[in-house]
Design a protein around this ligand. Structure first.
Ligand code: MET
Ligand SMILES: [Zn+2]
Length: 329
């Protein structure tokens, strides 16, 4: 693992806490994310809410906060009639907002007599090509015959360069649905010689394979071979699948493992709505989080439909501290 990434895991006591659903919380604060740019639309319309969501997750105990750039893409902004410089400026802004929140929160923590928090890391979010298409392929991994590794690299190249140069502590590739895209990302990290450590997290709809049906084992072969990839894992996948996936990943890699499942409700990409959670036993999200830590995850958080209260509970159960509140410390 790269220095800062290893350090945050150590300071967190062996398992660092990731934030929760970003778009979910933006919506809870009143943002309208029913937009082709999804949560990234707020970079244009409501940047103050983005900072507010970061602050709420920091207060909840997140050691890693993930930027609002998941669905922020250059072609997406250009389709809004923006100039290239404006589009790139918004990508940089997503990182600056997270860095500002982290720095302000850390300063206020240092002023308190008993700091109970770690100085959080900022991860630059990069969603899949399917997330940009917003046609359901984000969770099927079916990009069609015409898509090649080279085309995927070209789609990701400029955004990766801009985000990496904006000063994040790590790059978080999120909900990658197929092997070809993972391969493209690893090649791109090497070709562009990106110095910021990365994590690559996949999504799964069956708990056994990637959304595309390809195996974790096939992907881990080339992820393991890259020093640019510090952490591998899964996100936006139902919680009941996570323990099994950690055990599978443990067999396939020595890299640190990150898991940040969704709430268990299922996103119907075509109908664009959430379907109710399938039963995952009587265990609550935080009780499961403890099991994920015990199974060997080094990073645990939440994805869509999880909130700051989910993360507060996860932080408490993983770090054994009483619930955080800014005034209590
Ligand atoms: C579809 S997964 C979305 C991940 C993104 N970081 C978010 O929480 O909004
Ligand atoms: Zn998600």
């Amino acid at each position: 693992m790269a220095g800062a990434v290893e350090e945050i895991v150590r300071r967190a006591g062996g398992c660092a806490v990731i934030d929760g659903g970003f778009a979910t919380q933006l919506e809870a604060l009143g943002a309208d994310i029913n937009d082709p740019l999804w949560s990234a639309a707020c970079l244009i319309t409501k940047p103050h809410l983005i900072k507010e969501v970061h602050m709420q997750y920091l207060e909840a105990g997140a050691d890693v906060i993930i930027s609002s750039s998941y669905q922020a893409t250059i072609p997406g902004f250009l389709a809004r009639g923006m100039l290239l410089e404006e589009a790139e400026g918004l990508l940089r802004r997503s990182i600056e907002l997270a860095l500002e929140a982290r720095d302000e929160f850390w300063k206020s923590t240092l002023r308190k007599s008993k700091p109970a928090y770690n100085r959080a890391l900022v991860a630059a979010s990069i969603g899949s090509y399917g997330a940009y298409l917003a046609d359901g392929s984000e969770y099927s991994g079916s990009y069609g015959e015409d898509i090649t590794t080279e085309k995927l690299k070209d789609f990701h190249r400029r955004r990766l360069q801009v985000l990496a140069s904006a000063g994040p502590d790590l790059i978080a590739f999120e909900a990658i649905p197929n092997k070809m895209e993972a391969q493209a990302l690893v090649e791109l990290l090497e070709e562009e010689n990106i110095q910021v450590p990365s994590w690559i997290c996949f999504s799964s709809v069956d708990g056994k394979n990637l959304c595309s049906g390809e195996s974790f084992a096939e992907c881990l072969q080339f992820l393991n071979a890259s020093d640019k990839v510090a952490v591998v894992g899964v996100n936006c996948t139902p919680p009941q699948f996570i323990e099994g996936i950690i055990r599978e990943l443990k067999k396939q890699t020595k890299k640190a493992i990150a898991v940040y499942p969704n709430s268990g409700e299922v996103w119907d990409g075509r109908a664009k709505r959430w379907l109710p959670a399938e039963c995952f036993g009587h265990k609550s999200f935080d009780a499961l989080a403890k099991r994920w830590q015990e199974a060997g995850a080094s990073f645990v958080g939440g994805c869509c439909r999880t909130t700051p209260s989910t993360i507060r509970a996860v932080s408490k159960v993983l770090k054994g501290k009483t619930a955080y509140s800014a005034t209590q410390i």
